[in-house]
Structures are given as structure tokens and as C-alpha cells.
Design a protein around this ligand. Sequence first.
Ligand code: AVJ
Length: 317
Amino acid sequence: MLKTFDAPKADPVDPAFRRDVLAGLAEPIPAIPARWLYDRRGSELFDDITRLSSYYPTRTETALLDAKMPEIAARVGKGGAVVEFGAGSATKIRLLVDAIAATAYVPIDISGDYLRDSAAQLDADLPDLAVYPVEADFTKTVALPAGIEGMPRLGFFPGSTIGNFVPSSATDLLYNFRATLGTGARLLIGMDRVKPVDRLIAAYDDPEGVTAEFNRNLLTRINRELNGDIPVDAFAHEARWNDMLARIEMHLVATRDVSFTVEGERFSFAKGRSIHTENSHKYGPRGGRLLLLAGGWTPIAEWNAPEDDFALILAEA
Ligand code: AVJ
């Protein structure tokens, strides 16, 4: 049964977007937080990315979940509530709630419309599952619905979304998951692995140009929502491997000298200067487990995709 509630309609232009963009463009090394890539169009483009042949993470993680589900279910136990941080993975959540015969599903997402659509879909398909969508920022501690009180809790954080956070924020995030779920809870988390640089670059700079469009859509969004006049065609998508920090970085690089305004403020970019738009950290086996430990979670089991391309780790609070 679907449990909904009336939430206030979101402001069309988030004041935090305005702040982040104006402050980010003025920094000595310009950077805008990755969460702003995901407006309606950005989310559609990300969905297209997950189906590209060079973008291996989504299909690899889904196949891993599917293949290892009996083992995962044996470790997790049957029943209980699955709490998903973000609500972007209908296929993956179906595999999980089916395999462990979950009693309740609590998707937590900041985007209310998206949340309600996906919750309604799951509710229609699985009438025995109690679905409690929670519209909230999962990077903070979230109050869980009273309906799941007393149930064992499994947090689910797939997609290597943890990689979007620098390690110091990632440990804060993991601590907040622990505060949200409570002691004794479990967490099943997906992490992308370090691998040969050519494969990493191909995944974030596909020949079809979808990731480039996804990245440049941020500029289109700024122009639309923040009265900008950024010449979008003057910025090129670039995916860089930062070996010291073990991460892919997405940048928008000025291909010529440009000057533009956003909300009446002027910014100038010399040719070659970039706006850093996303980090995607990759973890080896030790690094991944250490990150969990540093965030208050003890790893208890790990499953690896063929060639160690991707990992699912089960941890206990
Ligand atoms: C949303 C974190 C899963 O980092 O791989 C994909 C985002 N950016 N291509 C990732 C992304 C460019 C993606 N995650």
C-alpha cells in the first residue's frame, strides 16, 4: 500500500542553486556541485548514459546483484524494511525486495515528483509491499516513518553514488546513514573500482556524446534558471582521471576566451580554463572497506563483479 503525504511544492528556482553557482564560478578553481546536473533533462540524460555500451557501472552492478542475490539474501535475512538513499534504480530495488521478501520499502529522495512516480509504480507492481516515500535530503539525518518501527533495517545505496562525494563528505554521509537507520542496521552499498584509465575515460566520455550533453546541460540550466547568457557551445566536455585522488573528474573547458553574466554578475574565462562539475571516486578493495569503517560501518561481506569491475559491500552499524 502506498503511503503518501502532502509536501509543499518546491520553489522553481532553488536558492541554493543560485548560491552554489555564483560562489562556484567566482572561485579560483571554478567548481559547481554535481547535484545540480540532475534537473529533469539531466536526469533523462543520465538515464541514457546508463544504457551506453561504454558506461559499464549500471549493467555491471545490476548483473552482480542478480547473480549474487541468493548469497546476499542469506546474509541479510528475510523480511524487514529496505531504506534506499535516492530513488533512481527501479530494476535494482525490485531484485532486492523480491529476494529478501521485504515487508516495507522507504525510498528517500529530494525530488518529490520523481519519488512519487517511482513509488507509485513499485506499489502497483508489488501490492503486498508497504511503500513509504520520504521527500528529504538523504545527506542529512532523516526521521523514518513510524510504520517501520521495530523492523530490521537494510540501507541500500547502489550506483556508486558514494563516489560523487569527496572522502571527507563520504564519511559524514555514512555517519548520517547510521544515525538514520540506527545501530544494528545493515547497509548494502555499490562501489565502482579503480581500473585501467582508458576504460574509465571511455565511460565518462562516450563516443555518442551523451555525457558531453549531460555535462553541458548544466550551463543550459544556469542560463534558463539564473538569467545567464553563457555561450554553451564555447565549453567542451572533458573527463579527466585524477590519479592522486583516484577519481574521474568532469570539467567544462572554455574553448576560447569568453565573458558572460549570471544573475547580472560578470564572469570571464580565458581559453583552457574549466568549470569542475563532478567527481566520481573509484575504490580498491582496501580503500572501499576503510571508507566504510571510517564512516562508522563494519564490512561483513563483499561481492565482486568479473574482473573486479564493481563491488557490492554489506556492512553493519
Ligand atoms: C550518478 C554517480 C552513478 O559517477 O558514474 C555518470 C554519474 N556522471 N556519467 C557516476 C555520472 C557522468 C554517476 N553516478
